[in-house]
Design a protein around this ligand. Structure first.
Ligand code: GLU
Length: 472
């Protein structure tokens, strides 16, 4: 019988949903979906002092925004304390864990002595039970920690799904604290119990956890639990070659949403950052699921490239349905003090979006149609010359009667041009200046259509007021 593929993302709720965590979530999700398995969300909130409900919300909202739907969870570690205690009790009973009463001061003295002897500082094993060893008398009034009795020698080896075979000697690792003196179990312990209970088959996570993995593998062994495969994903570096961090620009997934990136662009860009399928730079979620494999996860650090992300986002903005974009842009318009009609906004977006890398840029571009247009006097003087006034006046007259569609506006402009023996740019530039306050806009007939008959006629009539046209 084949084992069901089960992956998980296990963020600590201490800030926001980091881009690196989102990328790991994408890999875990795509792996599970590829094999028809299940993807679990676990919130690792045992660091009570640093965990906040806002951070939990940021994780859940960030994953939902990216469309990384979990099949199970969120499971909160703090709701599983009884389970961890039961496992610890079993380990204390079978000797794979033990109480340690060393105080922090004593530990520091021992480490100091090790350093003085030129040794690597580590737990000195004072409370570690050994056959025939007499342990110190339990000191009164000291709350003990619980330590894992790590195998004293031998190697821990695993075949990492990203990095390949990794071996670490047990001599390098000491007896890990699995329950703190306050009774709260630690990350490296809870993670094992959870991955065991949740029957996780593949663990994808950031490679800052490589050093934790030998402990975890040993704890799996002590519990007689089946070992998942591990895949440690390299860090994401910023432009400066340093780890992408808050100080060096936005690292929060939801900040990208607020800056006007589309979730499908983020999923595409993040997935490609650390994984490849041939030369494909643009792929749908379905393709990602179909193509995802661990053989093409990149071993080296990834470089965050804002220009490439902008290019990917532009692609998805162009491909997106305009009604959907209008829903996303509407709040940005409200923040800019206007509340356009949804259908009108969708048409404006269709006209303006091609050159926009973000929805914020789309909103800025769309404002052209919703704000008061002030025509700079110098621009008007330079472009609305007396020679063009009669043609503009004719167009304003025509505009009052024609059907107000792109095609009819275009046809009417051509008629006026022909009647006055003019070429398109001769009327297009002054018309744009009077209506839009600038010399460049997207296609003139479409722009005029979206400004609306009333605004166009008013702008032209008002603009011509006081300029005497030459008779042609
Ligand atoms: N809670 C850990 C973190 O936020 C993840 C640990 C894991 O995936 O095993 O880095």
């Amino acid at each position: 019988m084949s084992v069901e593929v089960r992956t998980r993302i296990a963020p600590s709720p201490t800030g926001f949903l980091h881009l690196g965590t989102a990328r790991t979530a994408i890999f875990s999700w795509a792996y599970a979906r590829h094999f028809g398995g299940r993807f679990v969300l676990r919130i690792e909130d045992t660091d009570v002092a640093r965990s906040t409900p806002d951070a939990v919300a940021a994780i859940i909202n960030g994953l939902a925004w990216l469309g990384l739907d979990a099949d199970e969870g969120p499971v909160f570690q703090m709701e599983r304390l009884d389970r961890y205690r039961a496992v610890v009790a079993g380990m204390l009973a079978d000797g794979s864990a033990y109480f340690c009463y060393s105080t922090p001061d004593e530990l520091e003295v021992a480490r100091e002595a090790q350093r003085a002897r030129g040794e690597k500082p580590r737990y000195d094993g004072r409370w570690r039970p050994e056959p025939g060893k007499v342990l110190p008398a339990v000191p009164p009034g000291v709350s003990p920690v619980v330590r894992f009795r790590n195998p004293p020698d031998g190697d821990v080896t695993w075949d990492d799904l990203v990095k390949g075979p990794i071996t670490i000697s047990n001599r390098e690792i000491d007896d890990l604290i699995i329950v703190r003196a306050d009774g709260v179990p630690t990350y490296n312990f809870c993670v094992v119990v959870d991955d065991w209970d949740m029957r996780i088959t593949q663990v994808f996570r950031g490679d800052e956890h490589v050093n934790n993995t030998p402990w975890q593998i040993n704890i799996f062994g002590a519990l007689g639990a089946p070992l998942p495969r591990f895949g440690h994903v390299p860090v994401i570096l910023g432009d400066d070659g340093l780890k992408l961090s808050k100080r060096r620009g936005a690292v929060s997934v939801l900040a990208y949403r607020d800056d006007g990136y589309l979730p499908e662009a983020m999923v595409n860009y993040l997935a490609r950052l650390g994984w490849s399928h041939g030369d494909e730079e643009l792929f749908t979620r379905e393709q990602l699921v179909e193509w995802f494999d661990t053989r093409h996860l990149v071993k080296s650090a990834a470089h965050w490239d804002p220009k490439k992300l902008a290019w990917v986002n532009n692609h998805y903005i162009k491909a997106a349905d305009d009604t959907r974009l209008a829903t996303l842009v509407a709040p940005m318009m409200i923040a800019r003090g206007v509340s356009p009609d949804a259908a009108h906004l969708a048409s404006v977006i269709a006209l303006m979006k091609d050159r926009c890398d973000t929805l914020v840029q789309v909103a800025d571009a769309a404002m052209l149609f919703y704000r008061e247009i002030a025509v700079a006097p110098e621009l008007k003087a330079a472009t609305v010359t007396s020679a063009i006034v009669p043609a503009l006046a004719d167009f304003a007259k025509e505009a009052a009667t024609i059907e107000w569609t792109r095609a009819a506006i275009g046809a009417s402009l051509k008629t006026v041009l022909a009647a006055h023996g003019l070429k398109m740019p001769q009327i297009a530039v002054p018309l744009r200046v009077l209506v839009a306050g600038r010399k460049e806009t997207p296609s003139l007939d479409a722009t005029l259509e979206l400004f609306g008959r009333r605004r166009v006629i008013d702008a032209v009539t008002k603009g011509l007021d006081g300029i005497v046209g030459t008779v042609d």
